[in-house]
Each structure stands twice: as C-alpha cells, then as structure tokens.
Design a protein around this ligand. Structure first.
Ligand code: FAD
Length: 569
C-alpha cells in the first residue's frame, strides 16, 4: 500500500557532498523516476544516461510514426535534455552507453558513443531502467537488410526510409502480439499488403483463443494474410535484394520487408554482471519499493519482475503504465518514503484497423497454467449502447471470476466501440479486489448514445451472479463433444435452420410453455440461443419445472468462436 507520509531518513546515506543518483535509461521508467525524485528532493544530484539520441520519447507512438499517422518525428519527443535541465535540474547524457557497474566501488563506466571515450561516474544511488530488447531469434537471415525490429526512433526512421526508397508493397510481420498488430495497422495504412506469421494458432497470445476469433476474422476481412500455427525458420535474400520469409512448415513468403515482433527480453546484462539477483522469468528481482538485491541499486520498468496480483506469481510485463508507476515508486523510496508497488494485473489495449481489443487480469489459459481451478466464466455480446439508439455495436466480452466468492479474476473484450471503457471499469474493480456483485451494482454513465441502463459491465456482473447463486448454471463448451446432455436450441426455426450445434434439437422459447413436456425430465439439458439471453430464460423456466438445465454461455456466437479455434484453450 502506498504511503504519502513526509520523507523519512533518506536511504542510502550520502557519501559526502550532494547525494548522487544515477539513472540508466531515460525513457518511461527512468524519466519518471528522475522527474518525481526532483519534485521530492531538491538536494540530490540526478544524472540520466541513455545510449540513444533521445530522452523521454514516446515509444508507444512509434508504429504510428511508421504508418505516417504521426507525420512529424518531433511529436514523439515528449521531453529533451534541455527541458530536463531547465525544468528539473536533471542532467541528461544522451548517446552514453553504460557498459558496466562496479557495485563495490559504487561506480558505473560510461562509453560516449560519439567520441568513443569512456569515463567512470560515482553513485550513491543507481536506478536501472534499461528496458527490454526485441528478441532476434538466432535464425539464418534475421540480420539481412530489410529485416527490422521496432524499439526506438532511429528504428522507425529506418523502416520509413526503406518503405519509401524501395517503394515497398509487401511486408511480413513475424509475431501477432501487440506490437506486431500495431505494425499491421500502420503498414496497411501505408498501403502495403501484409502477412502475419505467428507460431501460435491465434493472434494476440494474451487472449484466450476463442476470444481472439473476431479479431482474426476482422484482420482477414481487412485483407491481412494470416499464417498461423507456423514459426519462422529463416529469411532468404534473392539476387535483386528481395526477401523470402520461410516458415518451419516450408511455406514461403516473398516480401519487401520483414518486421520481427516476437516479443522482448529484459536488458539484464548490466545487472547480471553486477551480481544482482535475477528471477526465474529473466527479470531483475526487486522488492515492493523497487529495490534490487543490492541496497544501493533500484530497478524499474521492462527489466524487472513484479508480482502478478491475480496469480501471486512473479512475472515480467513490458507495458508503459507499470514502468511509469514503478519509476515513481522508486523515486519515493529513494526519497525515504515507504510507497510500495502493488503488482501488475496486465491491463492492456490495442487498436487494430478499427477494432479495439482489451483485457485485464488473468486469462483462462493463464489460470489453468497457474493451477487455479475454482473459477467460472460467462460470455456475453451486448451492444456498446442501447439497442434502440442507432449505431449500437456488439462488444464480445468474457468475464472470469472465482467460485464461490465471486472475486473478479479477469476480463477480455473485443468490439468496434466502447471496449476499453468496460475493461477499464473492470480493471478498477479488480484493483479494489472487487467481486462480480460489485460489477452488477456499479453505477455507470448512461444516456442512449453512451451505454445502457444495464451497462455491459452490469450485465457481466449479473450473469456471473446468476451462475454463483444457481439461477443460471453454465455448461462447459469444452465438454460439448463428450456430454450426454440434450442440447436444446431455443431460437426460432428460421434461426436454427441458419446454423446450429450438431445434434441439437430446436424448441423455440416462444413455444416453451406449451411444449416443454416433450423434453426428457431425467436427462441433463443444455440450452443454447444466439448470444445466451433466451437460453437463460429457458433455463430459468425449465429448472422451475423440475429439469436439470444449464446454459451454453454466449450462445451460438461463442460456439462458432470455439469451432474456429478447434475447441481448445
Ligand atoms: P524503455 O522505455 O525502453 O527505456 C529504456 C532506455 O534505456 C532506452 O532508451 C535504451 O536505449 C536505454 N538503455 C538501455 N540500456 C542502456 C545502457 N546500458 N546505457 C544507457 N542507456 C541504456 N506499452 C503500453 O503500455 N502501451 C503501448 O501502446 C505500447 N506500445 C509500444 C510500442 C512499441 C513499438 C514499443 C517498442 C513499446 C510499446 N510499449 C507500449 C511498451 C512500453 O514502451 C515499455 O513498456 C516502456 O517504455 C518500458 O519502459 P522502460 O523505462 O523500462 O524502458
């Protein structure tokens, strides 16, 4: 828990003169730490080193610079060395690579990348915020001209020039995660034809596969060629300089450029050489105040391991929000405050060609991996605002919660409108250790063009409450092939004729009161409809008439998603 009390004894004690705080890395975590520390303590000397030519630039904006959505590179520069000096009295040394740390002498060695000279700098406190480097797999061809990763402004500039100089018309993006998909959007925006090569059978690996289906359909509809379930084997170069991406299956993709976006790895070389403790996930181990195993060294951002509040396990999470907050926590700790970092819950959003994809907390596959079994889930597909007001767009939402206490474990959503607002509400509820009852009760904005009297967040909470209190027992989609239950589709006959679960029988809700006796009383009944609502009504009716009925949550829309991903998780 954070504690904004007045500064306590500063830690560690000055070694004579002004306390020297050196910060390695001057972007998200490092810049936040420097600025916050100055606001708390006018007496310390603060020096930031970055090996790049800029400080505090917007790495999250880089894909949009490549896509020419952000046309002027200067817009990416959130601050400058001059501004840091003038506003915060923080010295920034750019083009300065910190090549080693001597923890015993409390010094760092800095290589000036312009002059080639190096010098030693003394510290009382060292903060490491070197970030994470894009993974370049050791495969033939990954260093060929035309193969890029996106980490900084010079990278983006090189990609822009390559596209312009070669009049590039095609690109292969290796990796279908956040950065890969942002690059898809921006290269399509530049008019390129884009192929995504992804080793998993889905894009957006943090999502459960069935939730990613509308995203994959959207990408295909926008002309993106998805090549899933196949890894990169090598990249060849033809005589004319064009590249050929060859997949493990042997499939090959001629292309003008390749973007490697298969993830990032914490930059721990300095930390390892300095003997700092490294965790099982490859990040620097820190305590809740971001202090490393060396009491004079703090570390923040993509380079550290922090606890995942949902699973309790330490993890690495390369996102800007946590890096900024950790920079602030480290500054407070250095200034003698007891502020603590609470941990991460992986709240994230990405926009892909008009579609918004957002998630918070645990996924179902993450829970299963962590050995958590006492949970349930509901699927729903409500409009982003009242259906009677023109333009309502569905939000495909999955909510995971623990049983029997109803604590919210995670949510994932996809849609054209209003997605991130719902995930942000649920993320906030998770921060306060909220339950599905809190979501059902949440009082949210409503006017027809913004939401509904029962907002999708309320509906998700209400559905989950119905599961918990037994009003709406849910059936497990993954058991559909194995169940002895009778699947009863309660849609109208014309809807049933348009597509239904094999072996399902059709008994429309509109005829249920007259015809329910046709159903076998001694057999489990799984009800299904379009999105789950009519099946819920049918389940309520049937259980009150002595039947053992369960709802296939999310209805036929969710069934189609499971079919699309081979009924797996
Ligand atoms: P960084 O911000 O990467 O800063 C590290 C700095 O340290 C770098 O400038 C590096 O040059 C410097 N450095 C490293 N080693 C040394 C050394 N030895 N000596 C001197 N300097 C060194 N996150 C989101 O939440 N939302 C997004 O939309 C989003 N989009 C992204 C898009 C792209 C293309 C990228 C690359 C990242 C994106 N991220 C996004 C992630 C986010 O930018 C990072 O999580 C965040 O910047 C991490 O902050 P950091 O301080 O740990 O590292």
């Amino acid at each position: 828990m954070s504690d904004d009390a007045a500064p306590k004894a500063k830690n560690p004690a000055p070694s004579g003169g002004a306390r020297r705080v050196l910060i390695v890395g001057g972007v998200a975590g490092g810049a936040s730490c420097a600025a916050r520390l100055r606001r708390l303590d006018e007496s310390v000397e603060i020096v930031v080193f970055d090996r790049g030519p800029y400080v505090a630039f917007a790495n999250c904006g880089l894909p949009y610079f490549v896509g020419d959505v952000i046309a002027d590179e200067r817009a990416l520069l959130v601050s400058s060395p001059e501004r840091f000096q003038e506003r915060f009295n923080v010295a920034v040394r750019i083009n300065s690579d910190v090549v080693s740390v001597d923890p015993a002498a409390r010094t760092i060695n800095v290589l000036d990348l312009h002059t080639g000279s190096s010098r030693t700098e003394r510290y009382d406190v060292l903060v490491l915020s070197p970030g994470a480097a894009p993974i370049r797999p050791p495969l033939p061809g990954v260093d060929l001209p035309g193969v890029f990763a996106v980490r900084n402004i010079p990278d983006s500039r090189r990609i822009r020039s390559w596209i312009a100089d070669r009049r590039a018309g095609t690109a292969v993006i290796v990796g279908g995660g956040f950065i890969g998909l942002e690059m898809v959007e921006n290269l399509i925006h530049r008019g390129l034809s884009v192929t995504v090569l992804e080793k998993l059978p889905q894009v957006m690996p943090p999502l459960d596969p069935e939730v990613a289906v509308p995203l994959m359909e959207h990408l295909i509809a926008k002309g993106v060629h998805l090549h899933l379930g196949d890894g990169l084997a090598r990249i060849d170069q033809e005589a004319d300089g064009r590249l050929i991406v060859v997949a493990e299956s042997g499939a090959s993709f001629p292309t003008d450029l390749v973007i490697l976006a298969i993830g990032v790895r914490p930059e721990t070389q300095l930390a390892k050489a300095a003997g700092l403790q490294i965790g099982a996930r490859g990040g620097i181990v820190v305590d809740a105040q971001m202090r490393t195993s060396d009491p004079h060294v703090w570390a923040v951002g993509d380079v550290v391991e922090v606890p995942d509040v949902m699973t309790g396990q330490d993890t690495v999470l390369p996102l800007a929000g946590p890096a900024n907050r950790q920079g602030r926590v480290a500054a407070e700790s250095i200034a003698g405050r007891a502020t603590q970092f609470r941990g991460i819950q992986a709240t994230a959003v990405v926009g892909v060609l008009g579609l918004t994809v957002a998630s918070t907390g645990a996924s179902e596959k993450g829970l299963r991996r962590a050995g958590v079994t006492a949970f349930e889930k509901v699927y729903l597909h409500p409009g982003h605002h009242a259906g009677y007001y023109p333009g309502a767009r569905p939000i495909h939402l999955k909510l995971l919660f623990s049983v029997p206490d109803g604590r919210i474990l995670g949510a994932q959503a996809i849609g054209l409108e209003g997605v991130e607002k719902r995930i942000d509400v649920i993320a906030t509820a998770i921060q306060f250790r909220g339950t599905v009852h809190d979501l059902a009760e949440a009082e949210l904005c409503y006017a027809p063009q913004f939401g509904a009297a029962k907002d999708p967040v309320n509906l998700a909470g209400m559905l989950a409450e119905n599961v918990l209190n037994g009003d709406m027992p849910v059936a497990d989609w993954l058991q559909l092939d194995r169940t002895e239950a009778l699947v009863v589709d309660v849609r109208e006959p014309d809807e049933f004729a348009g597509g239904h679960i094999p072996n399902a029988i059709n008994l429309p809700l509109s005829q249920m009161r007259e015809r329910y006796a046709e159903l076998p009383i001694n057999r489990d009944i799984w009800t299904c409809c379009g999105v789950g609502q009519r099946a819920y009504f049918a389940t309520r009716f049937l259980t009150q008439h002595g039947y053992r009925s369960r709802n296939l949550s999310g209805g036929y829309a969710t069934y189609l998603a499971f079919i699309a991903v081979g009924r797996t998780l």
